[in-house]
Design a protein around this ligand. Sequence first.
Ligand SMILES: [Zn+2]
Length: 159
Amino acid sequence: MSEAEIVRMSREFYEGLFPKVCPNCGRRYDTLRDYIVASQRLWPTLNYDMELGNDKSPRPIGGLAMANCLCGSTLALSTKSMPVSQTHLIMEWIRTEMGRRGAKQAELLDHLRDEVRKQVLAEAAGAVTPELKEAACVQFPDPAPAQVAPAAGPPPRQP
Ligand SMILES: [Zn+2]
């Protein structure tokens, strides 16, 4: 699976967790965007199954993305309710990319979370074309050779 597909899958899952209400102050976050904008993100993003080396567990414990509510209490988005097949696909992607990019598991988890946030915020601003969305996903150097952009036109004539 490509990074774009993994990001889309995660995003759809997280969006499905809303509306969410803070058990402490009762503030209601209607959408994922609402939550991203208003709450304060906490690091790192966790995945217990990967930490335990149980990537293929038939009953994943899942992971946690935590943030502070405006009232200061900690809220968490858990992936526990994600379908097992999706959880496995994401973990497989992370393992592959750890080898390919030489990145740490935590970096990739945070990277995926970053991409989801970027997409949600960019789309809400109403300024995202599919090309831009694709571009936003490329944060690590790509091993594929870059395409050479065609020249903009003939050079200006000398007087
Ligand atoms: Zn609260």
